[in-house]
Each structure stands twice: as structure tokens, then as C-alpha cells.
Design a protein around this ligand. Structure first.
Ligand SMILES: C[S@@+](CC[C@H](N)C(=O)[O-])C[C@H]1O[C@@H](n2cnc3c(N)ncnc32)[C@H](O)[C@@H]1O
Length: 261
């Protein structure tokens, strides 16, 4: 049986692609914000890796503002789309998109290769804590000394539970998604069912399909510890990358770490 990750992002990956496409409008602003953070920490130019890059909304926008960007994603469909979009945006030469599993990152890249690595929009917690820590170690290996690792816009356990909602919906006008949520206290996992509908002629909803999600939710301090165990020095924990405010107890996970030998 496929894991929920395979079902969500590969076998039924066309459904989540609809959501990712809607997030593209925020891509340029997110990339500018990341550039400011990278510059602040000494990466004004250079080679960037985005792990779990989806169809490239961050990578392509970073390439447009001067970086050489590599994107890795497990979904062949999303990588195909990212390559197509890079071509359309005129940054084909400055981007490399690769189908790959982030759990085996060092198979794809040499050690000490990247000036910075990015993990954006709740792209941890897909497996378990041991696996995420191993991923952080893989990232560490492929990052240069004094290189930066940014985990940003990632749902935190404390933020989700503060306003936990069993049933909720997202309305993107032509796309409506119902979320049926449960929280597993013993495992700290968000177990959810997403049901997708297309809105037709501005009123009736047509069922498109559904997927399940089983996400390990972390508190900020857990991710900090896992990063440190993987060798990273955590240098900033923020509420919000754009305004660079310090994190509060219920902030999303926005952590900047540095490889210091
Ligand atoms: C929430 S999306 C984030 C996409 C992108 N970072 C963005 O901000 O638009 C998470 C991505 O992680 C990818 N992913 C999940 N498991 C992965 C794995 N083991 N290796 C590589 N990519 C993975 C999915 O295919 C999906 O594109």
C-alpha cells in the first residue's frame, strides 16, 4: 500500500497541485524575503538548494533575482511543471530541477556544495522525527561551511492546536477544499482528510477527489533540538520572516541555522 505521502503528492498529486498553483502569487514576495534573510547571513549570491520544491514557486522566483537554484522533489509531475515554468520565466539556465527523495539527498549532490538550503511551507513531518533528523543531517552534509539552512512557513504543533478545528474549509473561488481534522495526542500527528471540489458556474460543487494526510507536528523547541543533533547551530527563531519578529509560543516554524565547523 502506498504511504500517505505517495498518495498525497504522487498518485493523487494533481489535487495538491491545484493548491500549489494558488500559492504562486505569493512566490515573488516570499523569494524577496528569503533573499533579505540570506543576505543578512552572508549569502548575497551563490548556489541554493530547495528541498521539497514542489513546482518551483520559490526556486524560480529566487533564480529570477540572481541565485543559481537547484530544486528537489519526490513528485515527477511537479518537477516536470517546475521545468516548464522555469523555461517560460526565462530562468532555465539558472535552475536545475531533479526528481529525488530528500531522505537520500547526499546521493544526488557532493558534500559542501550549497551556500544555502531551503525548506519552505510545512515540508517536514511527513515521516517521523528520526527521519526528519536524518534529513537535517543530509542537508548538513551538502551545505558549505558557514552555509545557511532555512525552515520557513511550517505549521507548528502549538499554532495548530491553539485554534484547532475539527472541520474547516478553504474557498479559492473555483476550488473548495473541506478538511476533516483529528489530532493524535500520543504521536503528535495531524490526521486529516482533504476533500476537493471544483465550483462550477459560480455555484454547484463538483467532487474532484480526496486524500489523507498524517503529519507529524512539531513544537519549535523540538525542531531546534533535532537541528542541533544533526550538527546545525540555530541562529534565529522568528515569528515571521518578512517582519523578522521573534517567535512567540504559537508561531509557525521559521528557523535559520548555520553550519559552523
Ligand atoms: C507543501 S509542498 C511545498 C512545496 C514548495 N516548497 C512550495 O513552497 O511551494 C511539499 C512538497 O514536498 C514534496 N515531498 C514530499 N516528500 C518528499 C520527499 N521524501 N523527498 C522530496 N520531496 C518530497 C512534495 O511532493 C511536495 O511538493
Amino acid at each position: 500500500m502506498p504511504s500517505w505521502v505517495e498518495e498525497f503528492f504522487i498518485n493523487k498529486g494533481e489535487l495538491f497541485l491545484l493548491v500549489m498553483n494558488r500559492a504562486w502569487e505569493k512566490g515573488p514576495e516570499r523569494a524577496e524575503t528569503i533573499k533579505k534573510i540570506l543576505e543578512k547571513h552572508g549569502v548575497a549570491k551563490g548556489r541554493i538548494l530547495e528541498i521539497c520544491c514542489g513546482n518551483g514557486r520559490i526556486s524560480i522566483n529566487l533564480a529570477k533575482i540572481g541565485y543559481e537554484v537547484y530544486g528537489v522533489d519526490i513528485s515527477e509531475r511537479y518537477i516536470r511543471d517546475a521545468k516548464e515554468r522555469a523555461k517560460q520565466s526565462g530562468v532555465e539556465e539558472k535552475t536545475s530541477f531533479i526528481v529525488g527523495d530528500v531522505r537520500e539527498l547526499s546521493k544526488f549532490f557532493s558534500e559542501n556544495y550549497f551556500d544555502a538550503v531551503l525548506n519552505i511551507w510545512t515540508s517536514i513531518g511527513y515521516y517521523d522525527a528520526d527521519t526528519d533528523q536524518k534529513i537535517f543531517r543530509e542537508v548538513y552534509k551538502v551545505t558549505k561551511n558557514n552555509g545557511i539552512f532555512i525552515i520557513a512557513n511550517c505549521a507548528s504543533r502549538d499554532g495548530i492546536l491553539k485554534s484547532f478545528c475539527k472541520n474547516l474549509f478553504e474557498d479559492f473561488k473555483d476550488l473548495v477544499i473541506l478538511h476533516y481534522n483529528d489530532y493524535d495526542i500520543m504521536e503528535s500527528r495531524l490526521k486529516a482528510r482533504w476533500v476537493y471540489y471544483r465550483r462550477q458556474d459560480n455555484k454547484d460543487l463538483k467532487y474532484l477527489g480526496e486524500t489523507t494526510l498524517n503529519l507529524r507536528l512539531y513544537s519549535i523547541h523540538e525542531v531546534v533540538k533535532m537541528l542541533e543533533n544533526a550538527g546545525w547551530k540555530v541562529i534565529e527563531v522568528l515569528d515571521n520572516l518578512r517582519e523578522q519578529r521573534e517567535a512567540k509560543y504559537d508561531s509557525p516554524i521559521n528557523i535559520i541555522a548555520k553550519k559552523v565547523l
